[in-house]
Design a protein around this ligand. Structure first.
Ligand SMILES: [Cu+2]
Length: 272
């Protein structure tokens, strides 16, 4: 009996030691995680001011944008990305409005853009590459008028065909369900709806045969993709390689240059 209780005691001690080790691992892991979070803390943010401060629908408004560092300094040195220093995507909270703008950089680092917007709450995504840094996509919000804002709910498209300016744009999705974190190919096929022939006069737009901007339903995830080299733009097919950060619905805007005219098309996608 004594032997058994001695064994039991040993076992209990062993369990205690193991759980102690476990706790230690847990706390050190936590520490490592915290450090990682600190490292990941964004160094840059987007400063946005408008003139006028209160914006009425359809009124001309000037947007002043600054890329700021944590210490408050304004970044003034940028690399050209796709022919521009800044690509600004302004999207309404219901994702019905989409603007692709190119603000002009001023001395000192402030970018200025003049535009007008229908009533709504807007998120402005600025795509920039500060010298020596990677690509940044930073966002800031502003209101136009007195928008009634509710959580956005997108309805996934079931038919992936749209016609714009005498061009039929068909999005060919992968045959399998699209999953977050997987490499996915989105093929856009551009045809002439009357002849059903492929569009052959696609031209580069900002240095690429197409641009694809994807935003999650809640407006928190932003993905910008460019065509793969395997695209056959001369046959009206432009392929994008994308990876969705998480499951949910996304709105995807694709832009093409057809004989000097910019075509913008959008679809809502469901990602499992
Ligand atoms: Cu752009």
């Amino acid at each position: 009996m004594r032997k058994v209780s001695g064994l039991l005691l040993l076992l209990l001690q062993l369990v205690a030691v193991i759980s102690c080790v476990n706790t230690k691992i847990d706390s050190s892991e936590k520490k490592a995680l915290n450090q990682e979070e600190e490292v990941k803390k964004p160094i840059f943010s987007l400063g946005l001011k408008t003139d006028p401060k209160t914006i009425a629908p359809a009124d001309q408004v000037r947007l002043f944008l600054e890329i700021k560092k944590n210490d408050g300094t304004v970044v003034d040195n940028f690399e050209v990305v796709h022919e521009k220093l800044m690509h600004l995507f302004v999207v309404s909270s219901d994702m019905e409005q989409f603007f692709h703008l190119h603000p002009e950089k001023q001395a000192g680092g402030t970018f200025i853009e003049t535009a007008s917007f229908p009533e709504g709450r807007y998120k402005a995504w600025a795509g920039v590459r500060p010298k020596g840094e990677g690509d940044l996509n930073l966002s800031a919000t502003f209101d136009v008028g007195h928008p009634f804002v509710r959580p956005n709910r997108l309805i996934a498209d079931t038919i992936y065909i749209k016609e714009i300016d005498d061009t039929r744009v068909t999005l060919r999705l992968p045959s399998k369900e699209m999953k977050a974190g997987e490499a996915i190919m989105l093929n856009y096929v551009l045809t002439d709806p009357s002849t059903r022939r492929s569009i052959k006069d696609l031209e580069p737009f900002l240095g690429e045969m197409g641009h694809l901007m994807i935003i999650s339903e809640d407006g928190n995830e932003f993905v910008h993709s460019h065509p793969m080299s395997s695209s056959e733009a001369e046959f009206g097919v432009v392929s994008f390689h994308v990876e969705f950060p998480r499951a949910g619905r996304y709105k995807a805007w694709a832009q093409f240059n057809k004989g000097g005219k910019i075509l913008t098309t959008s679809f809502v996608l469901q990602v499992g």
